[in-house]
Every structure is written in structure tokens, then in C-alpha cells.
Design a protein around this ligand. Structure first.
Ligand code: ATP
Ligand code: IP8
Length: 266
């Protein structure tokens, strides 16, 4: 199938929340990003945002990723999902205030997983929203799992699945560092930024990616790269940029040159 001009933009929880705290939204950053999305006016855009300090602490506290083992976890699942809707609400408020026709699509209402991998996806409303000219917004969520009872679906798995489903030509990933380094730049001051990587180079590097130092049930940068691989194998380009820096998401959406890491099949 030929590629479309669809763009999947992931806005990381490390950007829109403070992952050192709990339920700490970066509302000014959210507003700036909404303004950048408005200015860029990109057609066929889907946004996915991460959980940051809204999703991960509740998911960890209640062991939601590991599945249903104790009825007490049910409230924990509800809490995790609810906190994600609160963060999503902040994103939606800002996007709509900036005249972006953004519509929230709740993953737990249209997706189930099997052992953590997306198994069913009722995507007709999402496809029709996009075709009608809306900007669908999804997020990492607590979802029903056919084997585990429930689990956590990362925004990164969603990004890769959506990019494949919509035959997107590119994925933009906004995080709180300048791209992908040869080590966690927050832990190693001498870490070197990669500007361009092929899949083969990326696979060799995977073992060096830092495990999360903050609360993150979906594997941090390692988990992100692991999830991106299927989309990259299909020839979809991924660019990792620093979304905490003003206009980096805007410039990436406009296809302007930008500091960051571009990953391509070869
Ligand atoms: P969320 O899952 O909440 O959406 P996110 O997608 O914004 O979060 P993380 O999963 O926290 O982002 O990954 C970004 C973090 O990964 C950075 O803050 C950085 O410290 C860390 N990191 C670890 N190893 C590396 C690496 N090799 N290169 C770049 N960043 C790395
Ligand atoms: O932040 C996980 O999504 P991610 C969301 O994209 C939850 O990994 C609920 C923890």
C-alpha cells in the first residue's frame, strides 16, 4: 500500500507533566504545544500523548500492567484510566482554545489487548473523524486484556499501530531531551546525540538505552524504541525531538530542519 501523508505525533508524558512528581501537569507547556499545533495546521494529523505523572504512578501502585490478580485492583484500574482522562482533558482544553478541531478518542473504549499487544481496535469512528477533518487525540491508557484481565497500553505501542494502520509517512516523537543518545543524557553528561540512525544501528544500540530513572511502567526510552521498530520496518520515518523547547514540534510538523534524531529503515 502507498504511504499517505498522515502524521502521528506523540507528545511524551516527560514533556506535559513533571515525572518526578505525581499529578503534576505542565500547563504552560501544554498551552504552548497547542499553539504550535494550531500554527502548523497539519492535515491528517493524529496526536497520542503519554501518561507521565498522571498515568505511571497509579499504574505502578496498583500493578495494572501485570494484570488482574486481586479485586482490589479494580479501583486502581479505574483510577489510572481516570487520571489519564484528566490529563487528556487538559490537552483537549488547550487544543480547542487554540481553535484546533481536536476530538478525544478513548483507547480503553475501542481497544483490547492480548498479553499486552493490541488485539482488537474498533477504528471506524477514528478513521471517519480523520476523514471529516478532525484531529483525533489518543493516549496511553489502562485497557482490557483478553488474557491478563487488564493491562497498560503504552502511547508508544499506539503510535506504531496507528502509523501502520494509516500508512503514515512519518512519526514525530516529542520528549524532554534533544533526541536519542548513546546513553541516558540525564545520567551521563558526556552522552552523544545521534542525528541519524538506521534500523540496524538502532538494534545494536538498544541494550545501551537507559532504563527509566523515574516512575515509568512502559520501559522508558528502551520501551519506546522497541515499540517503534515495527513501524520503522515498514519504511515509516521517526524523528525524536525535544518538545520542551519552543517551536521544535512546530518545526518538525512543518518538515523544517530541526535538532533531533531521525530513524529510517536504511
Ligand atoms: P511517557 O511514557 O510518560 O509518555 P516520554 O515518552 O515522554 O514519557 P520517557 O519514556 O520518560 O518519555 O523517555 C524519555 C526519557 O528517556 C528522557 O527523559 C531520558 O532521560 C531517558 N533516556 C534514557 N536513555 C536515553 C537515551 N539513550 N537517549 C535519550 N533519552 C534517554
Ligand atoms: O506514557 C502509558 O503510556 P506511555 C500510560 O505512553 C499509562 O508509556 C496509563 C501509564
Amino acid at each position: 500500500m502507498n504511504k499517505t501523508d498522515a502524521t502521528i505525533l506523540k507528545i511524551g508524558g516527560s514533556v506535559i507533566t513533571d515525572k518526578n512528581g505525581e499529578l503534576t501537569a505542565q500547563t504552560q507547556v501544554i498551552d504552548r504545544l497547542a499553539n504550535e499545533v494550531e500554527k502548523a495546521d497539519t492535515r491528517n494529523l493524529i496526536i497520542v500523548h503519554g501518561g507521565g505523572s498522571f498515568g505511571h504512578p497509579a499504574a505502578q501502585r496498583n500493578a495494572i500492567k501485570e494484570g488482574l490478580r486481586d479485586p482490589k485492583q479494580l479501583v486502581g484500574f479505574a483510577e489510572t484510566h481516570h487520571f489519564m482522562t484528566v490529563l487528556n482533558g487538559l490537552m483537549m482544553d488547550s487544543l480547542i482554545m487554540h481553535n484546533v478541531p481536536a476530538v478525544s478518542v478513548t483507547p480503553s473504549s475501542c481497544i483490547t489487548t492480548e498479553n499486552g499487544r493490541i488485539k482488537s481496535f474498533e477504528d471506524t469512528p477514528l478513521k471517519m473523524l480523520l476523514e471529516t477533518g478532525f484531529l483525533p487525540v489518543l493516549y496511553g491508557d489502562a485497557v482490557i486484556d483478553t488474557k491478563l484481565g487488564f493491562t497498560i497500553l503504552s502511547g508508544d505501542q499506539l503510535v506504531s499501530t496507528l502509523a501502520t494502520k494509516f500508512n503514515a509517512d512519518r512519526i514525530i516523537i516529542g520528549v524532554d531531551v534533544d533526541g536519542l543518545y548513546d546513553a541516558d543524557p540525564k545520567a551521563e553528561k558526556t552522552a552523544k546525540l545521534f542525528t541519524h540512525l538506521t534500523i540496524d544501528e538502532l538494534k545494536k544500540l538498544k541494550s545501551k538505552l537507559g532504563k527509566p530513572t523515574v516512575c515509568d511502567v512502559t520501559g522508558g526510552m528502551f520501551g519506546k524504541i522497541e515499540e517503534l521498530l515495527p513501524a520503522l520496518e515498514r519504511g515509516i520515518t521517526a524523528t525524536i525531538v525535544n518538545a520542551t523547547k519552543p517551536n521544535h514540534i512546530y518545526r518538525a510538523l512543518k518538515r523544517d530542519s530541526i535538532e533531533g534524531t531521525t530513524i529510517e529503515k536504511r
